[in-house]
Design a protein around this ligand. Sequence first.
Ligand SMILES: [Zn+2]
Length: 367
Amino acid sequence: MVVRLKNMAILMSMVLLAAFFVVAGNERLQGGEEGQFVDGPFVPGPFAPGEAVLVTGDNQYIKWVDFNVSYEALCAAYDLDVGSYDQPVHLNWIELLAYVGAKNGGSFGSNAVSALEKVATELSEGSITMAELTSDMEYYDYYYQAYEAVLGGMVGEFEIERETETGEKIWTKLYGLKAFLPIAHGFPYSDYDDFGVSRSYGYSRNHLGHDMMGQVGTPIIAIESGYVEALGWNQYGGWRIGIRSFDEKRYYYYAHLRQNFPYAEGLEEGSVVTAGDVIGYMGHTGYSTTENTNNIKTVHLHWGMQLIFDESQKEGNNEIWVDCYDLTRFLYKNRSRAIKVGESKEWDRVFQMRDPTVLKWENDGLP
Ligand SMILES: [Zn+2]
């Protein structure tokens, strides 16, 4: 994946040129809040994995990801992982998806599910390992890292409250999907595949997220646990929340929240949230430099997922936003119940959850 330049002079001039663009890019964004949390003005690439990008020394990180894993493949790989949890060979859904992705150049067509099942059968028999299977696959590592960045915090062990037949709440320990649909259980919404379609407010750009149309006040749920990295007004997203996963690879962006009462009580920058928590309320704020303005025609949640392999990708021209439509369909499996708090406009989650990643973060500040 490294471009080998024989001529050191060319290498040095390219490094200097790259440094210039980094400086120039930063300057453009130093102007304050406005530039910092936009949906992302540029869609670079797509680059083929391994395509020429200048990487030197420690600077090797993924520059682009097209996340085209289908809903069907997500479900199949997930079922294989969870279904083999207590088996001699515990299949890993991300490895399975990376294997099929690497085989098919990142596309997941109608044969993806059978390809997943085939490799799962081979691995389950125990005669071959994934390391052996992929030893001569040039792009397996790329796909593994890319898919792990998207899906890495979504499946694992956790504890959650359940209701018994007598209406008592008890804690249960589970292994499985611990990420949630961003819309609370029972609240209606509609959506369609709208990633990449054009938008024109402010400047011409592509839609780097997924819209879920619903009603004002619908509780918005934290998809994954993490900490609040951004919260407040943005002229594009209106009242918005940005939550970073503890491994720092994912930035979840929730936008157009409710006028006057956008956020869950007490939520602020630095707050730690657990997947399934109510973090805010659906609305139609945004598209205005004036705070608290309802200037979006259709009431909806915009949510986006940005991947960060290197902090330099967080803001500016090198942002990676992935298509989360199929992921949203997949997350429908897991919806958090919320209950209204008295006569207030506030909602609370019904079933509390203990996510090991939250406990680890709170105990030692490490993912
Ligand atoms: Zn949107």
